[in-house]
Design a protein around this ligand. Sequence first.
Ligand SMILES: [Zn+2]
Length: 81
Amino acid sequence: MVSQRPSGIANRLICPACGNDEDFFELANDVILTSFYRQNSDGSFSHDTDASQINGDVMLFCGACEEDLTHYHQRFREMIF
Ligand SMILES: [Zn+2]
């Protein structure tokens, strides 16, 4: 699928509460995190990989004032490259 990268400053996500347009964070509910380990010959364990499965809602927040920006989440996901 070819995604068109929108151009222009009008497409920037800006927090309506504080004007922040740089820092954002996602919060996922009901996450199952599976961590894989490999046991070494001496009995110690090495962390291999993690796999996460999100069963709940994923919310988006402003990184500056923590305003709930979940309304913009769809657009946010489309703009991750
Ligand atoms: Zn904000």
